[in-house]
Design a protein around this ligand. Structure first.
Ligand SMILES: N[C@@H](CCC(=O)N[C@@H](CS)C(=O)NCC(=O)O)C(=O)O
Length: 214
């Protein structure tokens, strides 16, 4: 199998998920490090990702962007077990959780809180305290809803799915901020689920500091 090349930086929860799925599915992968956000606007990257974001995947002459698409592609071509339930309602729950992560958790919480607490200080950008404070109710709501989906051990029931993988990458980033730690402390069942998912070899192999060295 040809190596799957993921373009992005280790600090991104989406990039982490794209690499973690390669580990879960025992696919050969390589991270093409994007150390500077200016690279996102370069023609070479825009050809891979017309929205100038990360990750982008190259697999031979096949190029793909959007993390959900990358997760599903890896799940389809990698080794078993599948990370998508066969049972329609469980699959629908997985899709619902993936949608929540993209539409609400990332936009409402990981992005404003994670950027201002983790990225801005590192790159010398101003920290927007108002944006952090404004994000807290939406972040709390996301955590309440995700916790309510934990009827079984995982977000879509009894099996670990792509939704657990993506949501854990986002919540792990949030948990590295003081606000995220407090919000997770309010939700012990979700915190327990996060600890279980983060203990998986795929998540362990992709903590940002390890990915940077990969
Ligand atoms: N819908 C995209 C979102 C990807 C995304 O927003 N990635 C962030 C990093 S976590 C990014 O590229 N940010 C750079 C920017 O917005 O300029 C996906 O699912 O892959």
């Amino acid at each position: 199998m040809e190596t799957l090349v993921i373009h992005g930086s280790p600090g991104s929860p989406y990039v982490r998920a794209a690499v973690a799925v390669m580990v879960e599915k025992r696919l050969p992968w390589r991270l093409a490090l994007m150390t500077d956000v200016a690279l996102l606007r370069e023609p070479a990257h825009l050809a891979r990702h017309p929205f100038g974001r990360m990750p982008a995947l190259e697999h031979g002459d096949f190029v793909l962007h959007e993390t959900q698409a990358i997760l599903r592609y890896a799940d389809a071509i990698g080794e078993p077990p599948p990370l998508t339930p066969a049972e329609p309602r469980a699959a629908a729950r997985m899709n619902q959780a993936l949608g929540i992560v993209d539409a609400y958790l990332f936009e409402g919480a990981t992005k404003p809180i994670g950027f201002n607490r983790l990225v801005a200080p590192r790159i010398g950008a101003p920290v927007d305290e108002q944006a952090v404070a404004k994000a807290l109710p939406a972040a709390r709501h996301c955590l309440v809803v995700l916790e309510s989906m934990l009827i079984g051990d995982y977000l879509a029931g009894g099996m670990f799915t792509l939704a657990d993988l993506l949501a854990a990458c986002h919540l792990a980033m949030l948990a590295r901020t003081p606000e995220g730690r407090d919000l997770l402390a309010e939700r012990p069942r979700l915190a327990d689920w996060l600890a279980r998912v983060e203990a998986r070899p795929s998540l362990q192999a992709t903590v940002p500091s390890r990915l940077m060295a990969a």
